[in-house]
Design a protein around this ligand. Structure first.
Ligand code: ADP
Length: 484
């Protein structure tokens, strides 16, 4: 059990911990055991409006602070989070289920965005452009867009929030964040530390809710909210974009993926198997950049499949708080049902299970790490985002075929390529219609890199020197009367 500081259960609005205006609460449970962890304030439209009011009130003073001041506060927030990493990881594992080591890794990864954007805040430079007339100069300055709204998912309850909060606050924006209903506690826990770090009241607000559509409608419909940043499913992203059209909001959308993992015959097989294990089974397969389809040159497919199946079968499945556990539970019953359906449909259509394939004995929400062979590109397990520990393997014969299969999806978030041929790495890497490509690497997230997708995986980039672009308006000022 986490140290008690971390268990904040009220909404955090205008620097105050508040119950929902209508007094409602909702339960948050541990997916490993089903035990209720906490009853959390269940925010409605009223609370969302109060949070937007607070963010709106706080905006101009926050935006007017010197970047050095905002940077110092973000850095303090980061230091507090790193100090409390163990307690925050315990909260994260309790509500999300991922193994403690992974949860701790997520906390540090989330904190790395605060560190990164604390530094980027100092470099929000503009431009001075020579004009066609000697009488004037073209000035370009960057200003914060205003109040931002963030809607974040349950699979990285800390890092997806920190990624957005760090960039927003560094730019001088204020934020209203709505964490996912399965995992609100991690977001509330970092709010406590924001307060301690000196983030002023109203600059960072968290509104937990079991009624996301209600809160989302307020966030998208309010004209004072100038930007929405969403990480979640493509279906919800489309809805939020439609809703945001009425107020012409800026938007960043990090949506679903269907990552292909390409292994060519010239690849280092040990590295490729290692990468596939990391990319596929991290967070029990519940990440939007998880390998969703493993496309393997037919000449090495049997050996690759055998090695992957052996490794998958050896993974330790169990509650995230147990030592050495590598695969925790899935987030909820609906997630397990989806994985069961995809595996059953693949099996009925002729796929062969070389590892796993069923719910795991550890508990109702656990699923066995699964490897499927004889998979064909038309199967649902290939076309849909699995979000579970299931690795479908498909053979290919040529490089062209591999790239064609990889691009045959409406999604375009992450892709992976394993090859030792430099020319092929560039050809295939450039030919893949994806926002991110890992070459001989199965994990590619980093605060220093631009994270984001193309096609129906969304738009906007989080992290890197590009990460502030989505939170600033570019203003052109013509400086005249300079007298030539
Ligand atoms: P998943 O299927 O992985 O749970 P979702 O897209 O449903 O992904 O959830 C991601 C986030 O979107 C969560 O915070 C969830 O509460 C939120 N969400 C779901 N439906 C809506 C909606 N209609 N409006 C606003 N937010 C929503």
């Amino acid at each position: 059990m986490a140290d008690s500081f971390a268990w904040a259960t009220e909404a955090f609005i205008a620097g105050q911990w508040r119950p929902a205006a209508d007094g409602k609460r909702f339960p948050v449970s541990d997916p490993a055991t089903g035990a209720i962890l906490a009853e959390v304030a269940d925010c409605s439209a009223l609370d969302a409006e109060a949070a937007i009011d607070a963010a709106h009130t706080a905006f101009s003073a926050w935006a007017a602070r010197p970047a050095q001041n905002r940077s110092a506060i973000l850095r303090r927030w980061r230091d507090l989070i790193v100090d409390k990493a163990d307690a925050l990881a315990a909260v994260l594992t309790a509500e999300n289920g991922k193994p403690l080591a992974e949860a701790r890794g997520e906390i540090l990864y989330g904190a790395s965005y605060l560190e990164w954007f604390a530094e980027e805040a100092l470099r929000l430079n503009g431009d001075v452009i020579p004009s066609a007339s000697p009488n004037n100069r073209i000035l370009v300055i960057k200003q914060p867009v205003g109040v931002c709204a963030a809607i974040t998912p349950w699979n990285f309850p800390n890092a997806m929030l920190m990624r957005k909060a760090a960039a927003a606050l560094a730019s001088g924006c204020t934020l209203v964040a709505k964490p996912a209903e399965d995992t609100p506690l991690s977001g509330l826990a970092v709010a406590r530390l924001a307060d301690e770090a000196g983030v002023p009241a109203g600059v960072f607000n968290v509104v937990p809710t079991s009624r996301p559509a209600q809160v989302g409608a307020v966030m998208t419909g309010d004209d004072r909210v100038r930007k929405i940043s969403f990480t979640g499913s493509t279906g919800v992203g489309k809805k939020l974009l439609e809703q945001s059209a009425s107020t012409v909001k800026r938007a960043s959308m990090e949506l679903g993926g269907n990552a292909p993992f390409l292994v060519f015959a010239d690849a280092d097989l040990d590295t490729a198997v290692e990468g596939a294990m990391a990319s596929k089974f991290r967070n029990a397969g519940q990440t939007c950049v998880c390998a969703n389809r493993l496309l393997v040159d037919r000449s090495i497919l049997p050996e690759f499949a055998q090695r992957l199946a052996d490794r998958a079968a050896a993974l330790k499945v169990g509650p995230g708080i147990e030592d050495g556990v590598e695969i925790g539970p899935l987030i909820n019953e609906a997630a397990v049902r989806k994985v069961e359906r995809l595996v059953a449909e693949a099996r009925d259509a002729g796929a062969r299970m070389s590892a796993g394939g069923r719910r795991h004995a550890a508990g109702p929400l656990f699923f066995e790490p699964t490897v499927l062979e004889s998979v064909t590109p038309d199967m649902a397990v290939v076309r849909e985002e699995i979000f579970g520990p299931v690795a479908p393997l498909i053979g290919f014969d040529t490089e062209d075929e591999a790239v064609r299969l990889a691009n045959d999806t409406p999604f375009g978030l992450a892709a992976y390529v394993y090859t030792r041929d430099l020319g092929r790495a560039f050809r295939v890497g450039e030919g893949l219609e994806y926002g991110m490509v890992g070459v001989n690497e199965g994990i590619l997230s980093s605060a220093a890199a631009p994270f984001g997708g193309v096609k129906q995986s969304g738009f906007g980039r989080e992290g890197s020197h590009l990460g502030l672009d989505d939170y600033v308006n570019v203003k052109y000022m013509l400086m005249g009367g300079l007298g030539a």
